[in-house]
Ligand binder design. Structure first.
Ligand SMILES: Cc1cc2nc3c(=O)[nH]c(=O)nc-3n(C[C@H](O)[C@H](O)[C@H](O)COP(=O)(O)OP(=O)(O)OC[C@H]3O[C@@H](n4cnc5c(N)ncnc54)[C@H](O)[C@@H]3O)c2cc1C
Ligand code: FES
Length: 386
């Protein structure tokens, strides 16, 4: 039987074949492609986005979801789990904070972030109390490595969330359940009490509708008649809830104290490091609680920071150098503000700073004296180049 060539039925096939023949014969005119690669890179990875607040939704007593649409070009695509760094000007201070995108990446017309108010927090208070629908802000493009990689992370995922740490995981849950992806997710979500659980109704509804998604709430300050899981997310609790923990990949996101506690519990369960993915939500609230903090340094001590060929400003030991720079009206580029992206690398000419051990300083940074001001705390007077 003669073979049928179905390719001719494909729309545009003949035209494409003709073009390929011409290119094979006469070569490519690269002049006609000039700038096209840059244009694609620019569209997918713009350095700055112009965002407009289109909706603000109250989630809990301390949390709101802010929806942004673009007031400039199309919003670039992102991976569920990534964050944007949002720039704000509050009084005389221009600063920024990273926020995970909580909407799903297939909802391409908007970005959602969900912000929990930190007590006397500088930016979270502004976003929750001052920001209005219609306001315009600038941000970086989505970034970060806290997303599912199908090649390395397998199909059985356990999400350990604490408080607002649910946000990047919610983006993944929305994507997986909406698109029916072939992944199993068990969310173990620690909250202080029931009123504090963000997205409670939606999580329950998705768990009821999708067999691939399960949820266990863990309440640390439960009412006396509470019968569910309570306390912290411990190794015993994980064993009880999950049974066999081998071959699962753990995604951990929450406040610093929860992060440190859960890392230890996962290590007690002999979960290999490569099976643990984590996202730090910025520097610890109290750096002196870091076990390696030099106890002889009073966190209220003020040191003098001098910028080479520039101005001098005060910096308190217990606050990040980046915060002190911004108070002084100076800035260095930043994205993650948690020591991960290296964007804020700054040359230290003299003096010493404290970096928490979780910060991933490159060997070359250490060798050539570069610091990450977003997670560097001055321990002496400093001389820096920015
Ligand atoms: C990757 C990533 C994703 C995140 N995602 C979320 C999320 O989805 N939801 C969420 O709620 N949070 C998220 N966070 C945390 C968020 O970025 C902020 O840290 C949080 O909102 C607290 O900010 P704040 O300014 O209110 O708190 P603050 O404690 O006031 O700010 C933290 C820093 O700002 C400094 N500071 C305080 N006052 C001033 C001032 N006047 N001038 C200059 N600096 C000052 C402080 O010294 C401190 O170092 C995320 C963090 C990271 C790293
Ligand atoms: S801003 Fe990312 S390492 Fe400092």
């Amino acid at each position: 039987m003669a073979k049928i060539d179905y390719r001719k039925d494909i729309q545009g096939y003949e035209q494409l074949r003709g073009e390929i023949e011409i290119l094979n014969k006469y070569g490519t005119d690269y002049e006609s492609h000039r700038g096209s690669v840059t244009r694609v890179i620019d569209r997918l990875h713009p350095t700055r986005l112009q965002l407009k607040v289109s909706e603000i939704k109250k989630e809990t007593g301390t949390t709101k979801t802010i929806r942004f649409i673009s007031s400039g070009r199309r919003l670039p695509p992102f991976q569920a789990g990534q964050y944007i760094n949002l720039f704000v000007k509050i009084g005389d201070v221009r600063t920024s904070r990273p926020y995970s995108l909580s909407s799903a990446p297939h909802q391409t017309g908007f970005y959602d972030i969900t912000v929990r108010k930190v007590e006397s927090g500088f930016v979270s208070s502004y976003l929750l109390d001052e920001l209005q629908v219609g306001d315009e802000l600038e941000s970086t493009a989505p970034a970060g490595y806290f997303y599912h990689n199908p090649i390395f992370h397998g199909k059985d995922l356990v999400f350990l969330a604490g408080g607002s740490g649910i946000t990047p995981l919610m983006s993944m849950i929305r994507e997986v359940t909406d698109r029916g992806l072939n992944l199993n997710i068990h969310l173990i979500y620690g909250s202080r009490n029931y009123e504090d659980i963000i997205y409670y109704d939606e999580i329950e509804e998705r768990a009821a509708r999708h067999s691939q998604f399960r949820v266990t709430h863990v309440i640390s300050e439960p009412p006396s008649d509470y019968t569910g899981c309570c306390g912290f997310i411990s190794a015993d609790l994980l064993r009880d809830v999950l049974g066999d923990v081998s071959d699962k990949t753990f995604y951990l996101c929450g406040p610093d104290a929860m992060y440190r506690f859960c890392r230890q519990e996962l290590s007690n369960l002999c979960i290999p490091k490569k099976k643990i993915r984590n996202e730090m939500f910025g520097p610890p609230a109290d750096i002196t609680s870091d076990q390696y903090w030099p106890t002889q340094i009073n966190p209220r001590t003020t040191f003098k920071v001098t910028v080479h060929n520039g101005k001098t400003f005060p910096a308190v030991a217990g606050e990040t150098l980046m915060a002190s720079l911004e108070r002084a009206g100076l800035s260095v580029p930043s994205s993650c503000r948690s020591g991960e992206c290296s964007l804020c690398r700054t040359k230290l000419l003299s003096g010493t700073v404290f970096h928490p051990r979780s910060v991933k300083l490159r060997k070359s940074d250490i060798k050539y004296g570069y610091i990450h001001p977003c997670v560097a705390y001055p321990l002496e007077d400093l001389l820096i180049i920015i």
